[in-house]
Design a protein around this ligand. Structure first.
Ligand SMILES: [Zn+2]
Length: 100
């Protein structure tokens, strides 16, 4: 019988996220402005999962970006916190919206 997954320790998860954030910020600072602009032009409103165009959709006062090719959803910074701060049925409605 397979073992049930062990819940991660929230303290170490938070430390791991902070470490990864610092590494990403340092990488961003090392990049030349031209390289950053080139990457933005190349990936602007493209799905990070499959590379197709993302469609902009209004949802509960937020703008979300949906890939109709693979089903991925991109939430702008702060949108998830805003949406999760509301009642549980908002999350259920969000899940329903993005079902194929
Ligand atoms: Zn996609």
């Amino acid at each position: 019988m397979p073992k049930a997954p062990r819940p991660e320790n929230p303290y170490f998860e938070k430390l791991n996220v902070q470490k990864r954030r610092k590494i990403a910020e340092a990488r961003h600072k090392r990049m030349a402005k031209e390289d950053l602009e080139r990457l933005k032009r190349l990936h602007w409103r493209k799905c990070g999962n499959c590379g197709m165009e993302l469609e902009e959709l209004p949802f509960k006062g937020e703008t979300v970006f949906k890939c109709f090719s693979c089903g991925s959803v991109l939430l702008p910074d702060g949108a998830l916190e805003h949406l999760c701060g509301e009642e549980k049925r908002i999350i259920e409605a969000l899940l329903d919206l993005f079902k194929f």
